[in-house]
Design a binder for this molecule. Structure first.
Ligand code: NAI
Ligand code: MG
Length: 354
């Protein structure tokens, strides 16, 4: 198991250290584990003058999977975009062809009070949002800004998907639904946008190859409403880049804390980049306050998706549940009557629970 470890900046460093500790504890027996650390973000600039140093790209190419922390620091807006610490992740995604972004929204029963929604609405919530990551309005050409014929400033972007791009993510979505509740909801805006008509047509056609998966379609506005009204109706949701960006953050918040949310970004095959959803949290960095569970749960996704170790992944998730049941809490998920712990203590507790 060759894993590139990229802690990055801020709390990325603190939480990744805990995930590595738990990884070593769960894999320990027999399976050779090779961890190669690589600098990225501000750490890459400090080490090699580039947020994504060539050496880091090379380590990534040779690895089976990447465990990523977070990158970027506020106040870097002066720097050209591609040289900003935070852009390192976008560059890496592109270099590695990571097109399928998995964002689970799973509520641990122990944290039911942390959600802003009524307990009965979120109790037992377990859904997966699959967001296409390489196309759509973020990358479509033409794009730009300038003056129009009337001399007024204007700016424009292009929403664009090709048939193979939609096919590729649709297959991943149907296969994912097969490993879960066999229900897939495709989210688009086919009533208004040609590109989304293509999306719906292609997903429907691909669906014929998966007759055992129940396919439904929703327009994105209706999907947003249903996510807040009755999120448990969903199993897997597949959608394009921009709708997925928005819906996955909204769905994530159903579960309460950003410190609990893992993610995976997959290329074709089993290669993936695994990272917590949160950023570098400069307000709490370096203080042993960050919740490492999102990073630890991302590592569990890595075991499941890249190394076919569903058993070990389940063990890690079970250990996380156990420390929550024991009442251990970092500040972001603190509830009255619980025991407040720091980043390292939380990592140690997960290892002990394993
Ligand atoms: P953020 O996720 O870093 O922080 C938002 C809030 O949540 C803060 O109050 C923070 O203290 C809290 N928080 C985040 N993670 C936590 C954890 N594990 N435990 C406890 N509390 C936690 O988002 P923000 O402040 O918008 O961005 C800060 C920097 O991170 C920016 O430079 C941004 O570009 C970068 N960023 C990087 C990402 C990545 O590497 N994938 C993703 C999001 C932001
Ligand atoms: Mg986002």
């Amino acid at each position: 198991m060759k894993i590139a470890v990229m802690p990055g900046d801020g709390i990325g460093r603190e939480v990744t250290a805990q995930a590595v500790k738990v990884l070593k504890a769960v894999v320990g027996h027999g399976r050779p584990l090779e961890l190669v650390e690589a600098a990225i973000g501000q750490a890459g600039i400090d080490a090699a003058g580039d947020p994504l140093p060539a050496a880091t790209s090379e380590i990534a190419q040779k690895a089976d999977a990447i465990l990523f922390g977070s990158a970027g620091m506020p106040g870097d807006e002066e720097i050209p975009f591609m040289m900003r610490p935070g852009a390192s992740l976008l560059r890496l995604r592109k270099e590695l062809g990571l097109f399928a972004n998995f964002r689970p929204a799973f509520l641990f029963p122990e944290l039911i009070g942390a959600s802003t929604l009524k307990p009965e609405v979120v109790d037992g919530l377990d859904l997966m949002i699959l967001r296409e990551l390489t196309g759509d309005v973020y990358f479509g050409e033409p794009r730009g800004s300038g003056l129009n014929a009337n001399g007024e400033r204007e700016a424009f972007n292009t929403m664009r998907y090709s048939e193979p791009e939609v096919e590729r993510i649709a297959h991943v979505a149907f296969r994912t639904a097969r490993t879960r509740g066999r229900k897939l909801c495709s989210v688009d805006k086919a009533n208004v946008l040609e590109v989304m008509q293509l999306w719906r047509e292609v997903v429907t056609r691909v669906g014929k190859e998966y007759p055992d998966v129940e396919l439904t379609h929703l327009f994105v506005d209706a999907a947003a409403m249903q996510l807040m009204r009755a999120p448990k109706q969903f199993d897997v949701i597949v959608t394009g880049n921009i709708f997925g960006d928005i819906l996955s953050d909204a769905a994530a918040m159903l579960t309460g804390s950003i410190g609990m949310l893992p993610s995976a970004s997959m290329a074709a095959g089993s290669f993936g980049l695994y990272e917590p959803v949160h950023g570098t949290a400069p307000d709490i960095a370096g203080k042993n306050l960050a919740n490492p569970l999102a990073s630890i749960l991302s590592m569990a996704m890595m075991l499941r998706f890249s190394f076919e170790q569903a058993g070990n992944a389940g063990r890690v998730e079970g250990a996380v549940r156990r420390v929550l049941a024991e009442g251990l809490r970092t500040g972001d998920i603190f509830q009255p009557g619980c025991t407040r712990v720091g980043t390292e203590e939380m990592g140690d507790a997960v290892v002990a629970a394993l």
